[in-house]
Ligand binder design. Structure first.
Ligand SMILES: Nc1ncnc2c1ncn2[C@@H]1O[C@H](COP(=O)(O)OP(=O)(O)O)[C@@H](O)[C@H]1O
Ligand SMILES: O=P([O-])([O-])O[C@@H]1[C@@H](O)[C@H](O)[C@@H](O)[C@H](O)[C@@H]1O
Length: 344
């Protein structure tokens, strides 16, 4: 897999992305009280980023008879089952993986996604993004057959659930039952806590490994390369969906023909906006337009071979005003209150 595909004058139009993962109901709990109930599941956050960025995507997702949200990409309804439900506790200390911001419990699980649920057609990109154990090894095997490149969120592979209270626990990637397939995927995304459950040195020889680290941004590991990709400042309200939106932004960048570090910067961009929202973020149209313009500009630079990864700072600086053009960005408000502005 070429990490940085050769610059193309134009990305083929309508490159198709297949997203596989169940929607869920998220229940956010603090101090023993439910503070919010929202649409969840990586499929929801990722399709939100791709749809907002006008990237063509198809989604395979299963919900129960009780699914209660309007979504652009209709799920498969399993009448005899309930929708997957995750409870996120924000005051129980650290979770099993040391995530200080929340403890997750899967309190209900809809059916797994089977190979037969996935269309028999070709896709440019596949995204294996289960949250509740719904992706099976045979499901991932079908995805690597029909997609040119597959990006996987490790949480789809290494999560196991306490049989009593549904608490999320993690197993080593080598014991997950998926390891024999991983030489056929293109990208593996893990949070810094999840990365302890894999051998990054080993995995970076098989595929491009991206380890996200909250407000510190992310790192890319591939063969002998290691690249740090800087974050965008954000005032975190709810971390839910940050990693999902990151992965969505990364794939948008790759589909648009950006080099991997630039695509990861787009991931950081969308992840940083997501943490400022409870539930699904709404991306400002002006912001999306500015991002599109900056991505096209960056691609031109690359096509003219005048861009070097070390001038990613310029790309970051040009995306920053777009980042804070969100009218309701808490950071933008703070800057305005302090008489500062992000505009260059
Ligand atoms: N508090 C934050 N401030 C700025 N960016 C953030 C913040 N939290 C997350 N992000 C962005 O979202 C990406 C994914 O977040 P992270 O929390 O690492 O993923 P996960 O949700 O999988 O644990 C990070 O790499 C970063 O770019
Ligand atoms: O926050 P994140 O790790 O990127 O992704 C989250 C999952 O870990 C969680 O299980 C799910 O309930 C949320 O809706 C969201 O998909």
């Amino acid at each position: 897999m070429t990490l940085n595909p050769p610059p193309s004058q134009h990305s083929p139009p309508n490159r198709r992305v297949l997203i596989v993962g169940n929607y869920c109901h998220d229940v956010l709990i603090q101090n023993g009280s439910v503070v919010a109930e929202t649409l969840g599941g990586a499929a929801s956050f990722i399709s939100n980023v791709l749809d907002s960025s006008s990237v063509s995507c198809e989604l395979v997702s299963k919900v129960g008879h009780d699914f209660r949200y309007e979504v652009t990409h209709s799920p498969i309804v399993v009448p005899e089952k309930a929708t997957t439900v995750f409870e996120a506790y924000f005051d129980l200390g650290v979770d099993v993986i040391g995530h200080a911001d929340r403890v997750l419990k899967r309190v209900s699980a809809c059916d797994p996604i089977l190979p037969s649920d996935i269309p028999d057609s070709r896709f440019d990109f596949g995204m294996a993004v289960g949250v509740g154990g719904e992706i099976l090894p045979e499901t991932l095997e079908k995805m690597v057959e029909i997609c040119d490149v597959v990006a996987v969120d490790i949480q789809a592979l290494i999560r196991v659930f306490d049989p009593v209270d549904g608490s999320v626990k993690l197993v080593d990637l080598r014991e997950s039952g998926f390891f024999h397939i991983l030489h056929r995927i293109g990208y593996l995304k893990a949070s810094s806590d999840e990365a302890f459950f894999m051998d990054v040195e080993q995995m970076k020889q098989l595929c491009c490994v991206v380890v996200t680290n909250g407000e510190k941004g992310c790192r890319i590991y591939h063969k002998d390369d290691e690249t740090m990709v800087p974050p965008f400042v954000a005032k975190q309200v709810d971390p839910t969906g940050a990693g999902d939106s990151f992965l969505g932004g990364l794939v948008v960048g790759l589909v648009e023909g950006l080099a991997v570090p630039d695509a990861a910067l787009l991931g950081n961009f969308f992840g940083s906006i997501t943490v400022e929202h409870i539930g699904q973020p709404k991306f400002d149209l002006m912001m999306l337009q500015r991002v599109k313009e900056e991505v096209q500009r960056r691609k031109k630079q690359r096509n003219l071979s005048i861009s070097h990864n070390n001038d990613q700072e310029e790309f970051h600086a040009r995306l920053t005003p777009a980042r804070f053009s969100c009218v309701d960005s808490p950071v933008q408000t703070e800057l305005l209150v302090n008489g500062l502005s992000c505009d260059r």
